[in-house]
Structures are given as structure tokens and as C-alpha cells.
Ligand binder design. Structure first.
Ligand SMILES: Nc1ncnc2c1ncn2[C@@H]1O[C@H](COP(=O)(O)OP(=O)(O)OP(=O)(O)O)[C@@H](O)[C@H]1O
Ligand SMILES: [Mg+2]
Length: 261
């Protein structure tokens, strides 16, 4: 059935050069509501370049980028946000000394009006933040605590809950589990699955096939800016995804060399 619906995002043969460096070429994929599209690849594969195009940070110079079936070319991240595309970067744009709830709103805090003046509605702000986090199964003791005191995993979770709360349709996560231990990575992946189950289309960038496979619906593998493969989940198993990520035949040769050395 999903084949019949228009994807939230569709890129077709998209490419991007930085001067004479071709960072990305001939990349095609889709992002559908209620599904997770994983982008995998080694350092320099072009993963961040692809999501920066989707997020409005850079523009593609080849191919086509459609949102809800309509060709687009974003001039800024604001344009992408206006279309419901929210991006959580690895180095989260958080203010470490600011409280969790202020970070949650970041400029759109609820206010109360007293005569001609407006004041922050701290009580409401805290309550809304607590409720949004609880709705995603995140239980923080105190939303007044500085965001800098949260663990890396907790920060990712708050950023995901924030995007969901403010009505994002597409959630892009650039290596959300890269710096995390096994347990925290698991918690972040659970929130990725929750965002998906709420009907968002998710783009998950990762190096790790073990993180991608359980939550992913399709897998786009990139290598040196070019597509190495593109699979629906039914077309590939974890072992094969891992093998492809590791360089497949290259790794087998290396293993053989190491064993016989
Ligand atoms: N602003 C830029 N100017 C010039 N070259 C760039 C720029 N950004 C990226 N590149 C080059 O484009 C290629 C792809 O980079 P990109 O950051 O997209 O890779 P990546 O897959 O995200 O890698 P990593 O896993 O290290 O984050 C690399 O060769 C990189 O050096
Ligand atoms: Mg990157």
C-alpha cells in the first residue's frame, strides 16, 4: 500500500560538488511517513552532505529533490523547517547552561500577558516539557536542570521529543548513536522507533549496521560520495548489510591476509 502514497521526501540522482570535489553523485532514495530510511557509509562517504541538502544547509547541483511530490530547492534551514523537516545534529545546538525546558522551547516559550508586558510562563513551559518528554517515555527528575548535566543519550532524546512536539514530519538524525555506549544507544533507537510509530518519516545516519538494521525500513549505502547499494529491508539481512558496510570482498581479502600473515 505504501507504494501508492507520495513519499514525504524523494531524491532522484542528486549530486553536489564543493568546487572541484564531488561530494555526492547519483543518489536516489525516499523517506516515507512511518518509516525509517537509514544512510550508511564510512567517513567521507557523503552522508552529511546528503542530509545537509535535505535540511536546507546546502543545495544540490544535480538531480531532483521533492517534498510531498513537489520539486524544491531550499535557500536556508528555515525553509526546510517550514516544510516540517527537522534535523538533529551530532553536536546538538543546545545551550549547556540553560535549563532543559528553556532548551526545549528555545525562543518559543509560552508567555503570560500582564497589561502591556509579557512574562515567561515558567510553570506552563515546565509542565509542557515534562509532558512531552513523558509522552516519549523520558522521565527527567527536573526539567529545570541545566541541559549540560544530561548525558549525550538524554540530550538526543530531548532533541527528538522536541521535534515530535513541534510537529516535524521528517526527522533527520546525523549519527545520534555514534558517541554512545550500548545501553544509551539502545534508548535513543527506541525513541527513533517511537517517532516512526507516531507517523514521522525518519532519516537515520549511522556507521553501525547493528544500529540501523533493527529500526530501518530501507538502507542506502554510500561510498566516496556514490551509492554502493540501496535496499528495502526485505531485500537484505543484517549479515549482508554488515558485510557490505565493511567493504565486502575487500574485508575478506584483508581477513585472509591477516590470517595467513
Ligand atoms: N564544505 C566542504 N567543502 C569541501 N569539501 C567538503 C565539504 N564538506 C564535505 N566535503 C567533502 O565531501 C566529501 C563527503 O563529506 P561528508 O561530510 O558528506 O561525509 P560523511 O559521510 O558525513 O563523513 P563522516 O562519517 O566523516 O561524517 C568528503 O570528501 C569531504 O571532504
Ligand atoms: Mg558526517
Amino acid at each position: 500500500m505504501t507504494e501508492a502514497t507520495t513519499p514525504l521526501i524523494e531524491v532522484t540522482d542528486v549530486g553536489k560538488s564543493y568546487g572541484s570535489v564531488i561530494a555526492l553523485r547519483d543518489v536516489s532514495t525516499v523517506v516515507r511517513a512511518g518509516e525509517v530510511t537509514c544512510v550508511l557509509g564510512d567517513n567521507g562517504a557523503g552522508k552529511s552532505t546528503l542530509i545537509k541538502i535535505l535540511a536546507g544547509v546546502h543545495q544540490h547541483d544535480r538531480g531532483e529533490f521533492r517534498v510531498n511530490g513537489e520539486p524544491v530547492r531550499f535557500a536556508s534551514p528555515r525553509d526546510a523547517l517550514d516544510r516540517g523537516i527537522a534535523t538533529v545534529y551530532q553536536d546538538l545546538a543546545v545551550v549547556p547552561l540553560m535549563s532543559v525546558w528553556r532548551n526545549f522551547f528555545l525562543g518559543s516559550e509560552p508567555t503570560i500577558r500582564v497589561g502591556p508586558l509579557r512574562f515567561l510562563d515558567r510553570r506552563k513551559g515546565k509542565a509542557v516539557t515534562k509532558e512531552a518528554l513523558a509522552g516519549m517515555g523520558i522521565d527527567l527528575r527536573d526539567v529545570e536542570q541545566p541541559v549540560g548535566t544530561l548525558s549525550g543519550g538524554e540530550r538526543q532524546c530531548v532533541a527528538i521529543a522536541r521535534a515530535v512536539h513541534f510537529g516535524a514530519k521528517v526527522l533527520i538524525l546525523d549519527e545520534p548513536t555514534a558517541a554512545l555506549g550500548v545501553k544509551q544507544a539502545g534508548i535513543v533507537l527506541r525513541h527513533v522507533a517511537q517517532a516512526r510509530d507516531r507517523g514521522l518519516g525518519v532519516v537515520l545516519i549511522t556507521h553501525n549496521p547493528h544500529h540501523a538494521y533493527p529500526v530501518g525500513d530501507r538502507f542506502l549505502l554510500l561510498k566516496r560520495g556514490a551509492p554502493l547499494g540501496s535496499y528495502e529491508k526485505s531485500e537484505i539481512d543484517l549479515a549482508e548489510l554488515t558485510r557490505q558496510m565493511a567493504g565486502g570482498a575487500e574485508l575478506e581479502t584483508l581477513e585472509h591476509e591477516l590470517r595467513t600473515a
